[in-house]
Design a protein around this ligand. Structure first.
Ligand code: ACM
Ligand code: ZN
Length: 693
């Protein structure tokens, strides 16, 4: 049932962002709307707008609550919307008309909307409250940019994906409820609607559970304020109140507050309780739930033990009381499974259930928890390992180890959320890794996040892709400032990937809008990366390098790795250099030295022989311990040109790109370049080109 309410006229108190230069609307809105028609003229906001709302009662009540936050400053005396409110006589003043309607001209999605701005006022229509909410967000960006003269236009808009997510790891470092709410507000402005809260992991349990108070007494605290200090100090936990205890957790009251805040912003919070692995903190407190029964031995629960399921179901029962989300995330990633193979209880479980591998044992555990959730009216979601060994229908798969898991899951009829490390892990470096603050994994600049398409036309089962999510793991993110720095502006790109259609994607256009929004976010107190001063890609990779050995044959005494072939046998003389990312055009050598001989075809005068290597500690990639360069006329007898040693510390976690080369004056046809690996077992060497001049 719809009713029409009229409010007293409200004044739009302007925020003073009146702008002199008119920027095209297309350069303001982020995420880019589906369709914009710019019309002639403007709506001056000097006069009070008359507000009318056509919507069901419940929506009106909620709108009343959210209207003051819509960015158009409203009269502080905004009167409660109530059926008894006497309608004011209309006059010629412009109106702000909000409508929930079943109108064929509106997008089919409940989250879609149509926004019309004309000299007569603003009309915002949608099929559902969420649509009105997103229309507000658009209005808010327009108002922020244009101040007291909104451009006349008509916008028809709807999201590409229903699931538009951000994940935050609060275990490796704890971020308080105020911080979370602040990010929820930014998410809403970006039209994101799922917040995946990674509440538990080895580095700390962050959620009060009444039945197990020890989880927050002991497992929410550790020795080491930073994750690195904790890791290097032997991963020791503390009790709350101990002098060196570092950590924290959310009380149930705080959780309820954050859930309510999210709800008002049309964001669903999906809590994650890690299972059956990443649970060192739980097993430190309750070692009996591990296979060995001893603390500090594993992060895997014992799947043979009924006590494990009793514990998890008790925890989940309280989680379900706190979080109304239809989906509950149960982790599922990176179980070592080693203890399961030899544990008598796990083996007995496998025997009784007819399971033939530890993958199937994990699958048993996941299915069992999935059943528990289903019995309580919820749906299980987990990292893509939940596919291993078979997955119950109805479970949702979050594809993180690349896109393969998502593709497999979609082909098998599962709904999927795409969040591949390659494009969605915002813990990677966003700019020059040698000058950026310490980060975790690879190089993920804004441009690459923007380029992502979670469901390309070529993907079988693409209709199963519910959406896309950015993940912020926080091993190397010890402060709220650093978290925001890593999130923004890359989350802007993810938001556009999630909301806008890929047709008409244009990075230059997006970049202009991202610059503007970054500036506005900074003004609003978000400590973003400084996009205006982005250094960009490694210069060497931007143009090909010409040199004497270009195109020459290379003989390998030890093979390059298939995983990082970079083009195979020609890679080191193709003139193409690696970018900041070791995954591009860098040739990788696993657990062996680089030992190559180049044939220049004839004896040539030589001035320089050099090659770049990288150190990327988190990827176990090392600079060579020593480099030996030698030369020969006949390919048999070599004489040394140079022996070089490495002075960059092995324990340095910051990535380094170093040249190891000889310069002088000599002659020769064959050049042997040997880079000797350090002693780290399973370590990599990466180089991109042997340059000869
Ligand atoms: C993950 O990054 N381990 C899901
Ligand atoms: Zn066991």
């Amino acid at each position: 049932m719809k009713r029409i309410f009229r409010l007293f006229p409200v004044f739009l108190l302007l925020s003073g962002t009146s702008c002199q230069t008119r920027i095209p609307v297309e350069e303001v809105l982020l995420p880019r709307p589906m369709q914009i028609e710019r019309q002639r003229g403007n709506l001056p906001l000097k006069e009070p707008l008359q507000l009318s709302i056509e919507a069901p009662d419940t929506t009106v009540a909620r709108l009343r609550h959210s209207l003051p936050a819509c960015g158009l400053p409203l009269d502080a005396d905004l009167r409660p919307v109530h059926s008894a409110t006497p309608p004011r006589p209309t006059d010629n003043r412009p109106t702000l008309r909000l409508r929930i309607a079943d109108d064929a001209r509106l997008p089919a999605s409940e989250e879609g909307y149509r926004l019309t701005i004309s000299r007569r006022g603003i009309e915002l229509s949608a099929r559902g409250e969420a649509g009105l909410f997103y229309g507000f967000q658009t209005l808010r960006q327009l108002h922020d940019r244009y101040g007291d003269r909104l451009p006349a236009l008509e916008i028809t808009d709807a999201p590409r994906f229903a699931y538009r997510g951000l994940h935050l790891d609060v275990s490796r470092h704890f971020f308080d409820a105020e911080f979370v709410k602040k990010q929820l507000r930014m998410m809403a402005a970006l039209k994101l609607n799922r917040f995946h809260w990674h509440l538990t992991d080895g580095a700390g349990w962050r959620l009060a559970i009444d039945r197990y108070p020890e989880l927050t007494e002991r497992a929410a605290w550790r020795q080491g304020a930073t994750w690195q200090a904790w890791r290097d100090g032997g991963q020791r936990y503390s009790r709350r109140g101990d002098p060196q205890a570092s950590g924290g957790y959310y009380t149930k009251e705080e959780i309820r507050e954050v859930v309510a805040c999210a709800d008002s912003l049309h964001i669903t919070i999906i809590p994650e309780i890690e299972f059956p692995s990443h649970s060192e903190e739980v097993l430190a407190v309750y070692p009996a739930l591990s296979c060995s029964g001893r603390p500090g031995t594993t992060g895997d629960f014992c799947i043979g033990s009924e006590a494990t399921f009793e514990f998890l179901e008790n925890v989940l029962t309280e989680v379900l009381e706190l979080f109304p989300s239809a989906m509950i995330h149960i982790g599922g990633d990176e179980a070592a499974k080693t203890g399961w193979a030899t544990c008598p209880k796990c083996r007995e479980r496998m025997r009784r259930e007819g399971l033939t591998s530890t993958d199937e044992l994990q699958s048993y555990a996941i299915r069992r928890i999935g059943r528990f959730l289903a019995e309580h009216g919820r749906r299980m979601i987990g990292w893509d390992e939940i596919l291993d060994g078979g997955l119950a229908p109805g479970a949702v798969v979050m594809s993180w180890r690349g896109e393969e898991g998502g593709r497999k899951a979609a082909a098998a009829g599962h709904d999927v959320v795409m969040t591949p490390g390659s494009h969605c892990y915002l813990d990677g470096y966003q700019d020059n890794p040698t000058t950026e603050p310490q980060a975790f994994s690879g190089y993920l600049p804004l441009r690459k996040v923007y380029a992502y398409d979670p469901a390309p036309a070529s993907m079988p089962g693409r209709e199963r892709v519910l959406g896309v999510q950015a993940n912020l793991w926080t091993e190397y993110i010890p402060t709220p400032e650093q978290a925001e720095y890593m999130l923004y502006p890359r989350l802007f790109a993810l938001a556009e990937v999630a909301w806008s259609t890929p047709e008409g994607k244009d990075y230059a256009d997006f970049h202009r809008r991202a610059l503007w929004l970054t500036e506005r976010a900074r003004a609003a107190g978000y400590r973003t990366f400084d996009l205006a001063h982005e250094q960009g890609e490694r210069l060497e990779s931007l143009a090909e390098t010409d040199h004497l050995a270009r195109g020459c044959r290379v003989d390998y005494a030890a093979p390059w790795s298939e995983q990082y072939a970079a083009g195979g046998d020609g890679a080191l003389t193709d003139g193409v250099r690696g970018s900041w990312s070791y995954g591009t055009r860098w040739q990788g050598f696993l657990a062996c030295d680089v030992d190559v001989t180049l044939d220049l075809g004839e004896i040539r005068p030589l001035r320089e022989v050099t090659a770049d290597f990288i150190q990327w500690y988190s990827a176990w990639i090392w600079l060579p311990r020593r480099v030996e360069i030698s030369v020969s006329d006949d390919g048999q007898e070599f004489r040394p040109l140079a022996t070089l040693t490495n002075d960059y510390p092995e324990e340095a976690e910051r990535p380094a790109y170093r040249a190891f080369g000889w310069q002088g004056s000599d002659r020769g046809r064959y050049i042997r370049y040997r880079a000797l690996r350090n002693g780290r077992p399973g370590g990599w060497l990466f180089t991109d080109e042997i340059i000869v001049r």
